[in-house]
Design a protein around this ligand. Sequence first.
Ligand SMILES: NC(=O)c1ccc[n+]([C@@H]2O[C@H](COP(=O)([O-])OP(=O)(O)OC[C@H]3O[C@@H](n4cnc5c(N)ncnc54)[C@H](O)[C@@H]3O)[C@@H](O)[C@H]2O)c1
Length: 65
Amino acid sequence: MRLLVTGGAGFIGANFVHRAVGRGDEVTVYDSLTYAGNPANLAGLEGSPGYRFVHADICDRLHPG
Ligand SMILES: NC(=O)c1ccc[n+]([C@@H]2O[C@H](COP(=O)([O-])OP(=O)(O)OC[C@H]3O[C@@H](n4cnc5c(N)ncnc54)[C@H](O)[C@@H]3O)[C@@H](O)[C@H]2O)c1
């Protein structure tokens, strides 16, 4: 399964991401790393097949206009 996890560096998201990557899902984490986000929560996932981290805010506009 291909998953986009917003807030994936937070408490709930990171636990979910570890589980999803562990079962073979393709996971993109999208997180702005506020005070609540901690990259250490995702430690060990770099290099896992299909795993990707995007440092961005869900409030950002993807397409102007
Ligand atoms: N050790 C613990 O027991 C523990 C620790 C932390 C939280 N909690 C509990 O867990 C619940 C909340 O957990 P959670 O994982 O939902 O929230 P969280 O606050 O732990 O994480 C939210 C994540 O969303 C990200 N984020 C926030 N705004 C964003 C934006 N605009 N764009 C992109 N990313 C954004 C943050 O950087 C963070 O990584 C609460 O009930 C809290 O009390 C428990």
